[in-house]
Design a protein around this ligand. Sequence first.
Ligand SMILES: Nc1ncnc2c1ncn2[C@@H]1O[C@H](COP(=O)(O)OP(=O)(O)OP(=O)(O)O)[C@@H](O)[C@H]1O
Ligand SMILES: [Mg+2]
Length: 553
Amino acid sequence: MKYHHKILKIHKEITVGEFIINKHGVFYRDLRDEVEERILVCSPLLVTGITRNKDGNDWGKLLVFADPEGHEKQYHMASSKGQNVVISDLVHRGLVLSSHSRSRHLLAQYLRSTPSDKMMLSSSMPGWVKNSFVLPYGSFGPDEVVYSGDPNTGFGTQGNWKANVGKLCSGNSRLVFAASVAFAAPLMRVVGIEGGGFHLKGDSSKGKTTALQVAASVCGKVATSPGEDSYLLNWKSTANSFEEVAQSHNDCLMVIDEIGQADPKTVGDICYMLANGQGKARMGHGKRSWRVMFITSGEISLAEPMAKAGEKAMIGQEVRLLEIATDCTENGLFENIHSSKTAAEFSNRLKAATANHFGTPLQRFLEHLASNTDAVETKCRAYMDSFLKAVLPQNATGVVPRAALRFALVAAAGELATKLKLTGWKKGEAFRAAKKCFASWMEHRKTFDPVVMAVDRVQRFILENTAKFEIVGGDVRLNGSKFGYQKKDRFLILPNVFRDFVCAGADPESVADALEHAGFLNTSGPNRKKKQERIQGQLGYFYSVPSSIMKAE
Ligand SMILES: Nc1ncnc2c1ncn2[C@@H]1O[C@H](COP(=O)(O)OP(=O)(O)OP(=O)(O)O)[C@@H](O)[C@H]1O
Ligand SMILES: [Mg+2]
Protein backbone atom coordinates (compact mmCIF):
# COMPACT_ATOMS: atom_id res chain seq x y z
CA MET A 1 0.00 0.00 0.00
CA LYS A 2 1.17 3.51 -0.69
CA TYR A 3 1.02 6.26 1.87
CA HIS A 4 1.49 9.18 -0.36
CA HIS A 5 3.47 11.93 1.26
CA LYS A 6 5.30 12.83 4.38
CA ILE A 7 4.45 16.34 5.41
CA LEU A 8 6.06 15.93 8.79
CA LYS A 9 9.40 15.73 7.04
CA ILE A 10 9.53 19.23 5.55
CA HIS A 11 13.11 20.20 6.28
CA LYS A 12 13.50 23.23 4.04
CA GLU A 13 11.13 26.06 3.36
CA ILE A 14 9.06 25.65 0.22
CA THR A 15 7.98 28.74 -1.69
CA VAL A 16 4.83 28.57 -3.76
CA GLY A 17 3.99 31.93 -5.34
CA GLU A 18 3.19 34.30 -2.48
CA PHE A 19 3.20 31.51 0.10
CA ILE A 20 5.92 29.84 2.14
CA ILE A 21 5.50 26.44 3.76
CA ASN A 22 7.78 25.17 6.49
CA LYS A 23 7.39 22.85 9.47
CA HIS A 24 5.66 25.62 11.43
CA GLY A 25 2.92 26.30 8.93
CA VAL A 26 1.77 27.98 5.76
CA PHE A 27 2.69 31.70 5.60
CA TYR A 28 1.61 34.48 3.29
CA ARG A 29 4.30 36.92 2.20
CA ASP A 30 2.66 40.29 2.50
CA LEU A 31 4.85 42.73 0.56
CA ARG A 32 3.46 46.10 1.51
CA ASP A 33 5.79 49.11 1.07
CA GLU A 34 8.47 46.61 -0.01
CA VAL A 35 8.67 45.24 3.52
CA GLU A 36 7.88 41.55 3.77
CA GLU A 37 5.58 40.57 6.58
CA ARG A 38 4.84 36.89 7.05
CA ILE A 39 1.25 36.17 7.98
CA LEU A 40 0.60 32.72 9.44
CA VAL A 41 -2.33 31.14 7.60
CA CYS A 42 -2.59 27.65 9.08
CA SER A 43 -0.63 24.60 10.22
CA PRO A 44 1.55 22.92 7.55
CA LEU A 45 -0.39 21.85 4.49
CA LEU A 46 0.81 20.83 1.04
CA VAL A 47 -0.92 20.45 -2.30
CA THR A 48 0.63 17.23 -3.52
CA GLY A 49 -1.19 16.42 -6.72
CA ILE A 50 -3.88 17.29 -9.21
CA THR A 51 -6.50 14.57 -9.49
CA ARG A 52 -9.11 13.48 -12.01
CA ASN A 53 -11.01 10.25 -12.45
CA LYS A 54 -10.43 7.72 -15.20
CA ASP A 55 -13.03 9.45 -17.39
CA GLY A 56 -11.27 12.81 -17.09
CA ASN A 57 -13.89 14.30 -14.73
CA ASP A 58 -14.22 15.03 -11.02
CA TRP A 59 -11.13 17.27 -10.94
CA GLY A 60 -9.56 18.09 -7.63
CA LYS A 61 -6.40 18.38 -5.58
CA LEU A 62 -4.84 16.10 -3.04
CA LEU A 63 -3.90 17.87 0.19
CA VAL A 64 -1.72 16.59 3.01
CA PHE A 65 -1.47 18.12 6.47
CA ALA A 66 -0.76 17.15 10.07
CA ASP A 67 -3.28 17.38 12.89
CA PRO A 68 -2.27 18.82 16.31
CA GLU A 69 -1.24 15.35 17.50
CA GLY A 70 1.16 15.02 14.60
CA HIS A 71 -0.91 12.54 12.60
CA GLU A 72 -0.47 13.02 8.91
CA LYS A 73 -3.79 13.25 7.07
CA GLN A 74 -4.81 13.29 3.48
CA TYR A 75 -7.79 15.17 2.10
CA HIS A 76 -9.21 15.12 -1.39
CA MET A 77 -10.45 18.56 -2.34
CA ALA A 78 -12.99 18.33 -5.16
CA SER A 79 -12.71 21.44 -7.33
CA SER A 80 -16.49 21.61 -7.46
CA LYS A 81 -16.78 21.94 -3.66
CA GLY A 82 -17.36 25.36 -2.11
CA GLN A 83 -14.38 26.89 -0.29
CA ASN A 84 -16.21 27.22 2.99
CA VAL A 85 -17.07 23.53 2.96
CA VAL A 86 -13.46 22.59 2.19
CA ILE A 87 -12.10 24.76 4.99
CA SER A 88 -14.65 23.40 7.47
CA ASP A 89 -13.74 19.82 6.45
CA LEU A 90 -10.05 20.53 6.97
CA VAL A 91 -10.58 22.18 10.34
CA HIS A 92 -12.85 19.30 11.36
CA ARG A 93 -10.00 16.90 10.56
CA GLY A 94 -7.46 18.85 12.60
CA LEU A 95 -5.98 21.58 10.43
CA VAL A 96 -5.35 24.60 12.64
CA LEU A 97 -6.28 27.99 11.21
CA SER A 98 -4.35 30.99 12.53
CA SER A 99 -6.19 33.73 14.38
CA HIS A 100 -5.30 36.32 11.74
CA SER A 101 -8.41 38.04 10.38
CA ARG A 102 -7.42 37.14 6.81
CA SER A 103 -6.55 33.49 7.46
CA ARG A 104 -9.66 31.96 5.85
CA HIS A 105 -9.40 34.16 2.81
CA LEU A 106 -5.67 33.45 2.45
CA LEU A 107 -6.11 29.71 2.88
CA ALA A 108 -8.71 29.72 0.12
CA GLN A 109 -6.30 31.64 -2.09
CA TYR A 110 -3.47 29.20 -1.30
CA LEU A 111 -5.62 26.16 -2.09
CA ARG A 112 -6.98 27.64 -5.29
CA SER A 113 -3.72 28.99 -6.70
CA THR A 114 -1.21 26.35 -5.70
CA PRO A 115 -0.23 24.20 -8.67
CA SER A 116 1.24 20.72 -8.74
CA ASP A 117 2.90 18.98 -11.61
CA LYS A 118 1.92 15.60 -10.25
CA MET A 119 -1.18 14.21 -12.00
CA MET A 120 -3.03 11.46 -10.14
CA LEU A 121 -6.04 9.24 -10.79
CA SER A 122 -8.95 9.54 -8.41
CA SER A 123 -12.03 7.47 -7.76
CA SER A 124 -15.17 8.31 -5.86
CA MET A 125 -15.80 4.61 -5.21
CA PRO A 126 -13.55 1.99 -3.69
CA GLY A 127 -12.57 -0.90 -5.93
CA TRP A 128 -10.71 -1.54 -9.12
CA VAL A 129 -9.45 1.42 -11.12
CA LYS A 130 -7.56 0.08 -14.10
CA ASN A 131 -5.19 -2.45 -12.49
CA SER A 132 -5.10 -0.90 -9.05
CA PHE A 133 -7.50 -1.25 -6.14
CA VAL A 134 -8.40 1.78 -4.05
CA LEU A 135 -9.84 1.98 -0.54
CA PRO A 136 -10.52 5.12 1.46
CA TYR A 137 -7.21 4.71 3.30
CA GLY A 138 -4.88 3.92 0.42
CA SER A 139 -4.39 2.24 -2.91
CA PHE A 140 -2.80 -1.01 -4.00
CA GLY A 141 -1.22 -2.00 -7.30
CA PRO A 142 0.67 -0.24 -10.08
CA ASP A 143 -1.12 3.15 -10.13
CA GLU A 144 -1.45 5.44 -7.14
CA VAL A 145 -5.18 6.19 -6.93
CA VAL A 146 -6.71 8.84 -4.68
CA TYR A 147 -10.04 8.05 -3.04
CA SER A 148 -12.43 10.95 -3.44
CA GLY A 149 -15.66 9.40 -2.08
CA ASP A 150 -17.49 9.07 1.23
CA PRO A 151 -14.82 8.66 3.93
CA ASN A 152 -17.20 7.36 6.61
CA THR A 153 -17.72 3.79 5.49
CA GLY A 154 -15.82 2.01 8.25
CA PHE A 155 -12.91 0.75 6.14
CA GLY A 156 -9.78 0.75 8.29
CA THR A 157 -7.22 -1.44 10.01
CA GLN A 158 -6.36 -2.20 13.62
CA GLY A 159 -4.86 -4.98 15.73
CA ASN A 160 -4.18 -8.60 14.87
CA TRP A 161 -7.22 -10.14 13.21
CA LYS A 162 -5.71 -13.53 12.46
CA ALA A 163 -4.75 -14.30 16.06
CA ASN A 164 -7.85 -12.84 17.68
CA VAL A 165 -10.71 -13.41 15.23
CA GLY A 166 -9.51 -15.73 12.45
CA LYS A 167 -8.33 -18.47 14.80
CA LEU A 168 -11.70 -18.54 16.60
CA CYS A 169 -13.52 -19.01 13.29
CA SER A 170 -11.67 -22.24 12.68
CA GLY A 171 -13.94 -25.28 12.93
CA ASN A 172 -17.06 -23.16 12.34
CA SER A 173 -18.31 -23.48 8.78
CA ARG A 174 -20.59 -20.44 8.92
CA LEU A 175 -17.92 -18.19 10.40
CA VAL A 176 -15.22 -19.33 7.99
CA PHE A 177 -17.67 -18.91 5.15
CA ALA A 178 -18.80 -15.44 6.23
CA ALA A 179 -15.21 -14.23 6.47
CA SER A 180 -14.37 -15.81 3.11
CA VAL A 181 -17.17 -13.88 1.41
CA ALA A 182 -15.24 -10.69 2.23
CA PHE A 183 -12.19 -11.99 0.34
CA ALA A 184 -14.39 -13.10 -2.55
CA ALA A 185 -15.74 -9.62 -3.30
CA PRO A 186 -12.59 -8.10 -4.89
CA LEU A 187 -12.19 -11.28 -6.95
CA MET A 188 -15.51 -10.82 -8.76
CA ARG A 189 -13.98 -8.63 -11.44
CA VAL A 190 -10.85 -10.79 -11.66
CA VAL A 191 -12.77 -13.92 -12.60
CA GLY A 192 -15.75 -12.16 -14.20
CA ILE A 193 -18.50 -13.22 -11.82
CA GLU A 194 -21.76 -11.34 -11.24
CA GLY A 195 -22.54 -9.73 -7.91
CA GLY A 196 -24.79 -11.44 -5.42
CA GLY A 197 -25.50 -12.25 -1.83
CA PHE A 198 -25.87 -14.80 0.93
CA HIS A 199 -28.42 -14.81 3.70
CA LEU A 200 -27.82 -16.44 7.10
CA LYS A 201 -31.19 -17.54 8.40
CA GLY A 202 -32.01 -18.95 11.81
CA ASP A 203 -33.46 -18.45 15.27
CA SER A 204 -32.72 -15.52 17.55
CA SER A 205 -29.55 -15.44 19.68
CA LYS A 206 -27.81 -18.17 17.75
CA GLY A 207 -24.84 -16.21 16.45
CA LYS A 208 -26.05 -14.70 13.18
CA THR A 209 -25.03 -11.13 13.91
CA THR A 210 -21.81 -12.47 15.40
CA ALA A 211 -21.05 -14.11 12.04
CA LEU A 212 -21.80 -10.85 10.23
CA GLN A 213 -19.51 -8.99 12.60
CA VAL A 214 -16.78 -11.47 11.70
CA ALA A 215 -17.37 -10.84 7.98
CA ALA A 216 -17.32 -7.08 8.48
CA SER A 217 -14.16 -7.21 10.57
CA VAL A 218 -12.21 -8.61 7.62
CA CYS A 219 -12.75 -5.20 5.97
CA GLY A 220 -13.11 -2.63 8.71
CA LYS A 221 -14.50 -1.37 11.94
CA VAL A 222 -17.61 -2.76 13.58
CA ALA A 223 -19.16 0.04 15.63
CA THR A 224 -19.72 -0.68 19.29
CA SER A 225 -21.66 2.46 20.08
CA PRO A 226 -24.13 4.63 18.17
CA GLY A 227 -22.76 7.33 15.92
CA GLU A 228 -19.50 5.55 15.11
CA ASP A 229 -18.66 4.66 11.52
CA SER A 230 -19.37 1.02 10.98
CA TYR A 231 -18.71 -1.49 8.28
CA LEU A 232 -21.73 -3.43 9.57
CA LEU A 233 -24.98 -1.97 8.23
CA ASN A 234 -28.58 -2.84 8.82
CA TRP A 235 -31.51 -2.99 6.46
CA LYS A 236 -33.49 -0.30 8.22
CA SER A 237 -30.88 2.43 8.36
CA THR A 238 -29.80 1.84 4.78
CA ALA A 239 -33.30 1.81 3.33
CA ASN A 240 -33.23 5.26 1.74
CA SER A 241 -29.70 5.21 0.47
CA PHE A 242 -29.06 1.74 -0.88
CA GLU A 243 -27.64 2.98 -4.14
CA GLU A 244 -25.11 5.30 -2.51
CA VAL A 245 -24.14 2.71 0.06
CA ALA A 246 -23.70 0.08 -2.66
CA GLN A 247 -21.41 2.42 -4.56
CA SER A 248 -19.38 3.09 -1.46
CA HIS A 249 -18.76 -0.69 -1.20
CA ASN A 250 -17.94 -1.22 -4.86
CA ASP A 251 -15.86 -4.39 -5.47
CA CYS A 252 -16.19 -5.06 -1.74
CA LEU A 253 -18.54 -6.77 0.67
CA MET A 254 -21.71 -5.18 2.04
CA VAL A 255 -22.78 -6.57 5.41
CA ILE A 256 -26.45 -5.90 6.17
CA ASP A 257 -28.04 -7.21 9.35
CA GLU A 258 -31.70 -7.91 10.20
CA ILE A 259 -33.63 -8.61 7.02
CA GLY A 260 -36.75 -8.64 9.21
CA GLN A 261 -36.47 -4.86 9.42
CA ALA A 262 -36.36 -4.35 5.67
CA ASP A 263 -39.39 -2.95 3.89
CA PRO A 264 -41.18 -6.15 2.82
CA LYS A 265 -42.47 -4.49 -0.32
CA THR A 266 -39.05 -3.58 -1.66
CA VAL A 267 -36.63 -6.06 -0.11
CA GLY A 268 -36.79 -8.46 -3.08
CA ASP A 269 -36.18 -5.68 -5.57
CA ILE A 270 -33.28 -4.35 -3.53
CA CYS A 271 -31.60 -7.77 -3.61
CA TYR A 272 -32.07 -7.74 -7.37
CA MET A 273 -30.69 -4.25 -7.66
CA LEU A 274 -27.68 -4.87 -5.40
CA ALA A 275 -26.71 -7.96 -7.35
CA ASN A 276 -27.32 -6.49 -10.79
CA GLY A 277 -25.23 -3.45 -9.92
CA GLN A 278 -27.42 -0.76 -11.44
CA GLY A 279 -29.56 1.83 -9.74
CA LYS A 280 -32.63 3.61 -11.02
CA ALA A 281 -32.40 6.40 -13.55
CA ARG A 282 -32.01 9.81 -11.89
CA MET A 283 -33.13 13.15 -13.24
CA GLY A 284 -30.17 14.88 -14.83
CA HIS A 285 -27.69 12.20 -13.77
CA GLY A 286 -26.69 8.84 -15.14
CA LYS A 287 -27.64 5.65 -13.34
CA ARG A 288 -25.40 4.69 -10.45
CA SER A 289 -23.53 1.44 -10.87
CA TRP A 290 -21.42 -0.87 -8.71
CA ARG A 291 -20.37 -4.47 -8.21
CA VAL A 292 -20.87 -5.89 -4.71
CA MET A 293 -21.12 -9.09 -2.74
CA PHE A 294 -23.47 -8.90 0.20
CA ILE A 295 -24.20 -10.96 3.26
CA THR A 296 -27.33 -10.51 5.36
CA SER A 297 -29.00 -12.25 8.26
CA GLY A 298 -32.36 -12.64 9.88
CA GLU A 299 -34.81 -14.95 11.57
CA ILE A 300 -36.82 -15.18 8.36
CA SER A 301 -36.30 -16.04 4.72
CA LEU A 302 -36.52 -13.46 1.99
CA ALA A 303 -39.87 -14.91 0.88
CA GLU A 304 -41.57 -14.39 4.27
CA PRO A 305 -41.78 -10.61 4.54
CA MET A 306 -42.56 -10.49 0.84
CA ALA A 307 -45.46 -12.91 1.23
CA LYS A 308 -46.88 -10.76 4.03
CA ALA A 309 -46.75 -7.75 1.74
CA GLY A 310 -48.60 -9.74 -0.92
CA GLU A 311 -45.47 -10.20 -3.04
CA LYS A 312 -44.16 -13.50 -4.28
CA ALA A 313 -40.40 -13.98 -4.17
CA MET A 314 -39.28 -14.66 -7.69
CA ILE A 315 -36.74 -17.31 -8.43
CA GLY A 316 -34.47 -14.55 -9.76
CA GLN A 317 -34.51 -12.91 -6.32
CA GLU A 318 -33.81 -16.19 -4.54
CA VAL A 319 -30.77 -16.85 -6.69
CA ARG A 320 -29.43 -13.39 -5.91
CA LEU A 321 -29.70 -14.00 -2.16
CA LEU A 322 -28.63 -17.56 -1.43
CA GLU A 323 -30.02 -18.71 1.90
CA ILE A 324 -27.91 -20.69 4.36
CA ALA A 325 -29.39 -22.09 7.57
CA THR A 326 -27.65 -21.29 10.84
CA ASP A 327 -29.18 -24.03 13.01
CA CYS A 328 -26.06 -26.19 12.75
CA THR A 329 -25.74 -27.68 16.24
CA GLU A 330 -27.25 -27.36 19.70
CA ASN A 331 -24.94 -24.34 19.90
CA GLY A 332 -26.75 -22.65 17.06
CA LEU A 333 -24.40 -21.45 14.39
CA PHE A 334 -21.29 -22.55 16.28
CA GLU A 335 -19.72 -25.95 15.70
CA ASN A 336 -16.58 -25.36 17.79
CA ILE A 337 -16.61 -22.94 20.71
CA HIS A 338 -12.85 -23.10 21.33
CA SER A 339 -12.95 -23.97 25.03
CA SER A 340 -15.46 -21.26 25.92
CA LYS A 341 -17.88 -22.43 28.60
CA THR A 342 -21.00 -21.71 26.59
CA ALA A 343 -21.95 -20.70 23.07
CA ALA A 344 -23.12 -17.34 24.41
CA GLU A 345 -19.70 -16.74 25.96
CA PHE A 346 -18.03 -17.71 22.69
CA SER A 347 -20.26 -15.30 20.77
CA ASN A 348 -19.40 -12.49 23.17
CA ARG A 349 -15.70 -13.32 22.88
CA LEU A 350 -15.93 -12.99 19.11
CA LYS A 351 -17.93 -9.77 19.31
CA ALA A 352 -15.27 -8.21 21.56
CA ALA A 353 -12.47 -9.42 19.29
CA THR A 354 -14.06 -7.99 16.13
CA ALA A 355 -14.41 -4.60 17.82
CA ASN A 356 -10.66 -4.39 18.39
CA HIS A 357 -9.11 -6.32 15.52
CA PHE A 358 -10.16 -5.54 12.00
CA GLY A 359 -9.32 -4.66 8.44
CA THR A 360 -5.80 -6.03 8.12
CA PRO A 361 -6.81 -9.22 6.28
CA LEU A 362 -8.44 -7.25 3.45
CA GLN A 363 -5.53 -4.83 3.31
CA ARG A 364 -2.95 -7.64 2.97
CA PHE A 365 -5.15 -9.58 0.57
CA LEU A 366 -5.45 -6.57 -1.74
CA GLU A 367 -1.72 -5.82 -1.50
CA HIS A 368 -1.07 -9.26 -2.90
CA LEU A 369 -3.98 -9.39 -5.33
CA ALA A 370 -3.32 -6.04 -7.01
CA SER A 371 0.35 -6.84 -7.58
CA ASN A 372 -0.14 -10.45 -8.70
CA THR A 373 -3.52 -10.38 -10.35
CA ASP A 374 -2.81 -12.86 -13.14
CA ALA A 375 -1.27 -15.45 -10.86
CA VAL A 376 -4.11 -15.10 -8.34
CA GLU A 377 -6.66 -15.46 -11.13
CA THR A 378 -5.10 -18.74 -12.27
CA LYS A 379 -5.11 -20.15 -8.74
CA CYS A 380 -8.62 -18.89 -8.07
CA ARG A 381 -9.98 -20.57 -11.18
CA ALA A 382 -8.29 -23.84 -10.27
CA TYR A 383 -9.85 -23.79 -6.76
CA MET A 384 -13.22 -22.95 -8.25
CA ASP A 385 -13.04 -25.78 -10.76
CA SER A 386 -12.27 -28.31 -8.08
CA PHE A 387 -15.11 -26.97 -5.92
CA LEU A 388 -17.59 -27.24 -8.78
CA LYS A 389 -16.40 -30.76 -9.55
CA ALA A 390 -16.92 -31.69 -5.93
CA VAL A 391 -20.40 -30.26 -5.43
CA LEU A 392 -22.27 -29.96 -8.72
CA PRO A 393 -24.70 -32.82 -9.35
CA GLN A 394 -24.45 -34.33 -12.81
CA ASN A 395 -26.60 -32.58 -15.42
CA ALA A 396 -27.32 -29.72 -13.00
CA THR A 397 -29.33 -27.02 -14.71
CA GLY A 398 -31.02 -23.71 -13.97
CA VAL A 399 -30.19 -21.95 -10.75
CA VAL A 400 -27.87 -24.61 -9.35
CA PRO A 401 -24.75 -24.00 -11.48
CA ARG A 402 -25.23 -20.27 -11.07
CA ALA A 403 -25.43 -20.48 -7.30
CA ALA A 404 -22.61 -23.01 -7.15
CA LEU A 405 -20.35 -20.57 -8.95
CA ARG A 406 -20.81 -17.98 -6.20
CA PHE A 407 -20.10 -20.58 -3.51
CA ALA A 408 -17.05 -21.70 -5.53
CA LEU A 409 -15.69 -18.17 -5.58
CA VAL A 410 -16.06 -17.92 -1.80
CA ALA A 411 -14.34 -21.29 -1.33
CA ALA A 412 -11.48 -20.18 -3.57
CA ALA A 413 -11.18 -16.77 -1.89
CA GLY A 414 -10.97 -18.35 1.58
CA GLU A 415 -8.32 -20.80 0.42
CA LEU A 416 -6.29 -18.03 -1.25
CA ALA A 417 -6.41 -15.96 1.96
CA THR A 418 -5.33 -19.00 3.98
CA LYS A 419 -2.42 -19.59 1.60
CA LEU A 420 -1.37 -15.99 2.18
CA LYS A 421 -1.35 -16.76 5.93
CA LEU A 422 -4.08 -14.23 6.64
CA THR A 423 -6.71 -16.42 8.27
CA GLY A 424 -5.25 -18.86 10.78
CA TRP A 425 -7.29 -21.69 9.19
CA LYS A 426 -6.09 -25.07 8.02
CA LYS A 427 -5.66 -25.72 4.32
CA GLY A 428 -8.99 -26.91 2.90
CA GLU A 429 -11.08 -25.42 5.69
CA ALA A 430 -12.63 -22.64 3.62
CA PHE A 431 -13.35 -25.15 0.89
CA ARG A 432 -15.15 -27.49 3.28
CA ALA A 433 -17.05 -24.61 4.89
CA ALA A 434 -18.34 -23.49 1.49
CA LYS A 435 -19.32 -27.08 0.69
CA LYS A 436 -21.40 -27.32 3.87
CA CYS A 437 -23.04 -23.97 3.19
CA PHE A 438 -23.78 -25.01 -0.40
CA ALA A 439 -25.45 -28.19 0.87
CA SER A 440 -27.59 -26.04 3.16
CA TRP A 441 -28.62 -23.88 0.21
CA MET A 442 -29.49 -26.99 -1.83
CA GLU A 443 -31.93 -27.92 0.95
CA HIS A 444 -33.44 -24.44 0.95
CA ARG A 445 -33.75 -24.58 -2.84
CA LYS A 446 -36.43 -27.25 -2.46
CA THR A 447 -38.72 -24.55 -1.10
CA PHE A 448 -38.67 -22.30 -4.16
CA ASP A 449 -37.20 -23.90 -7.26
CA PRO A 450 -40.00 -25.06 -9.60
CA VAL A 451 -37.68 -27.61 -11.18
CA VAL A 452 -36.96 -29.36 -7.88
CA MET A 453 -40.59 -29.12 -6.88
CA ALA A 454 -41.76 -30.63 -10.20
CA VAL A 455 -39.26 -33.48 -10.02
CA ASP A 456 -40.18 -34.08 -6.40
CA ARG A 457 -43.90 -34.17 -7.26
CA VAL A 458 -43.44 -36.80 -9.96
CA GLN A 459 -41.04 -38.89 -7.86
CA ARG A 460 -43.46 -38.96 -4.96
CA PHE A 461 -46.43 -39.71 -7.18
CA ILE A 462 -44.73 -42.64 -8.89
CA LEU A 463 -43.38 -44.04 -5.61
CA GLU A 464 -46.78 -43.90 -3.95
CA ASN A 465 -48.60 -45.30 -6.98
CA THR A 466 -46.20 -47.74 -8.62
CA ALA A 467 -48.86 -50.41 -8.57
CA LYS A 468 -51.08 -48.30 -10.80
CA PHE A 469 -48.58 -48.24 -13.66
CA GLU A 470 -49.08 -51.27 -15.87
CA ILE A 471 -45.79 -52.82 -16.95
CA VAL A 472 -45.89 -53.07 -20.73
CA GLY A 473 -44.89 -56.58 -21.81
CA GLY A 474 -44.09 -57.61 -18.24
CA ASP A 475 -45.71 -58.92 -15.08
CA VAL A 476 -49.23 -57.89 -14.35
CA ARG A 477 -49.28 -55.94 -11.12
CA LEU A 478 -52.03 -53.48 -11.82
CA ASN A 479 -53.94 -52.58 -8.76
CA GLY A 480 -57.07 -50.45 -9.08
CA SER A 481 -57.64 -48.01 -11.91
CA LYS A 482 -54.69 -47.34 -14.17
CA PHE A 483 -52.58 -44.16 -13.92
CA GLY A 484 -50.33 -45.10 -16.81
CA TYR A 485 -47.76 -47.55 -18.07
CA GLN A 486 -44.20 -48.45 -17.34
CA LYS A 487 -41.88 -49.28 -20.22
CA LYS A 488 -38.27 -50.37 -19.92
CA ASP A 489 -36.85 -46.89 -19.48
CA ARG A 490 -39.84 -44.63 -18.91
CA PHE A 491 -43.12 -44.02 -17.18
CA LEU A 492 -46.07 -42.94 -19.33
CA ILE A 493 -48.52 -40.88 -17.32
CA LEU A 494 -52.07 -40.46 -18.61
CA PRO A 495 -52.77 -36.76 -19.31
CA ASN A 496 -55.80 -36.50 -17.01
CA VAL A 497 -53.87 -38.23 -14.22
CA PHE A 498 -50.96 -35.81 -14.69
CA ARG A 499 -53.33 -32.87 -14.51
CA ASP A 500 -55.58 -34.01 -11.66
CA PHE A 501 -53.26 -36.01 -9.42
CA VAL A 502 -49.59 -35.23 -10.19
CA CYS A 503 -50.15 -31.50 -10.50
CA ALA A 504 -53.15 -31.39 -8.18
CA GLY A 505 -53.85 -27.67 -8.40
CA ALA A 506 -50.51 -26.58 -9.85
CA ASP A 507 -50.45 -25.50 -13.47
CA PRO A 508 -49.72 -28.64 -15.59
CA GLU A 509 -47.99 -26.58 -18.29
CA SER A 510 -45.54 -25.08 -15.81
CA VAL A 511 -44.88 -28.42 -14.14
CA ALA A 512 -44.23 -29.99 -17.56
CA ASP A 513 -41.97 -27.05 -18.48
CA ALA A 514 -39.96 -27.53 -15.31
CA LEU A 515 -39.65 -31.29 -15.95
CA GLU A 516 -38.49 -30.64 -19.49
CA HIS A 517 -36.02 -28.06 -18.23
CA ALA A 518 -34.56 -30.64 -15.88
CA GLY A 519 -34.30 -33.20 -18.68
CA PHE A 520 -37.07 -35.38 -17.26
CA LEU A 521 -39.69 -35.17 -19.99
CA ASN A 522 -39.55 -36.94 -23.36
CA THR A 523 -41.37 -34.65 -25.78
CA SER A 524 -42.37 -34.84 -29.45
CA GLY A 525 -40.75 -31.51 -30.28
CA PRO A 526 -40.84 -27.89 -29.15
CA ASN A 527 -44.07 -26.95 -27.38
CA ARG A 528 -45.35 -30.52 -27.55
CA LYS A 529 -45.11 -31.75 -24.02
CA LYS A 530 -47.16 -34.92 -24.57
CA LYS A 531 -45.70 -37.76 -26.56
CA GLN A 532 -47.41 -40.32 -28.71
CA GLU A 533 -46.70 -43.90 -27.68
CA ARG A 534 -47.92 -47.25 -28.94
CA ILE A 535 -49.41 -49.45 -26.22
CA GLN A 536 -50.64 -52.91 -27.16
CA GLY A 537 -51.03 -51.83 -30.78
CA GLN A 538 -52.96 -48.63 -29.93
CA LEU A 539 -51.55 -45.07 -30.17
CA GLY A 540 -52.13 -42.67 -27.31
CA TYR A 541 -50.73 -39.42 -25.85
CA PHE A 542 -48.89 -39.47 -22.54
CA TYR A 543 -46.53 -37.48 -20.38
CA SER A 544 -43.43 -39.59 -20.88
CA VAL A 545 -40.99 -39.40 -17.99
CA PRO A 546 -37.62 -41.19 -18.07
CA SER A 547 -37.22 -43.75 -15.25
CA SER A 548 -33.97 -42.00 -14.30
CA ILE A 549 -36.15 -39.37 -12.58
CA MET A 550 -36.45 -41.76 -9.65
CA LYS A 551 -32.73 -41.36 -8.99
CA ALA A 552 -32.62 -37.56 -9.32
CA GLU A 553 -31.50 -35.70 -6.22
N1 LIG B 1 -25.24 -20.02 19.52
C1 LIG B 1 -25.62 -19.35 20.62
N2 LIG B 1 -26.12 -19.98 21.68
C2 LIG B 1 -26.51 -19.30 22.77
N3 LIG B 1 -26.43 -17.96 22.90
C3 LIG B 1 -25.93 -17.27 21.88
C4 LIG B 1 -25.50 -17.92 20.69
N4 LIG B 1 -25.05 -17.00 19.83
C5 LIG B 1 -25.21 -15.82 20.44
N5 LIG B 1 -25.72 -15.97 21.66
C6 LIG B 1 -26.05 -14.91 22.62
O1 LIG B 1 -26.92 -14.01 21.96
C7 LIG B 1 -26.36 -12.73 21.90
C8 LIG B 1 -26.62 -12.14 20.53
O2 LIG B 1 -25.86 -12.86 19.55
P1 LIG B 1 -26.08 -12.55 18.03
O3 LIG B 1 -26.13 -11.07 17.89
O4 LIG B 1 -25.04 -13.23 17.23
O5 LIG B 1 -27.48 -13.23 17.81
P2 LIG B 1 -28.44 -13.33 16.55
O6 LIG B 1 -28.47 -14.77 16.12
O7 LIG B 1 -28.05 -12.33 15.55
O8 LIG B 1 -29.85 -12.99 17.17
P3 LIG B 1 -31.07 -12.08 16.62
O9 LIG B 1 -31.79 -12.90 15.59
O10 LIG B 1 -31.92 -11.86 17.82
O11 LIG B 1 -30.49 -10.85 16.06
C9 LIG B 1 -24.87 -12.90 22.19
O12 LIG B 1 -24.35 -11.78 22.84
C10 LIG B 1 -24.85 -14.12 23.06
O13 LIG B 1 -25.02 -13.76 24.39
MG1 LIG C 1 -28.88 -10.49 15.01
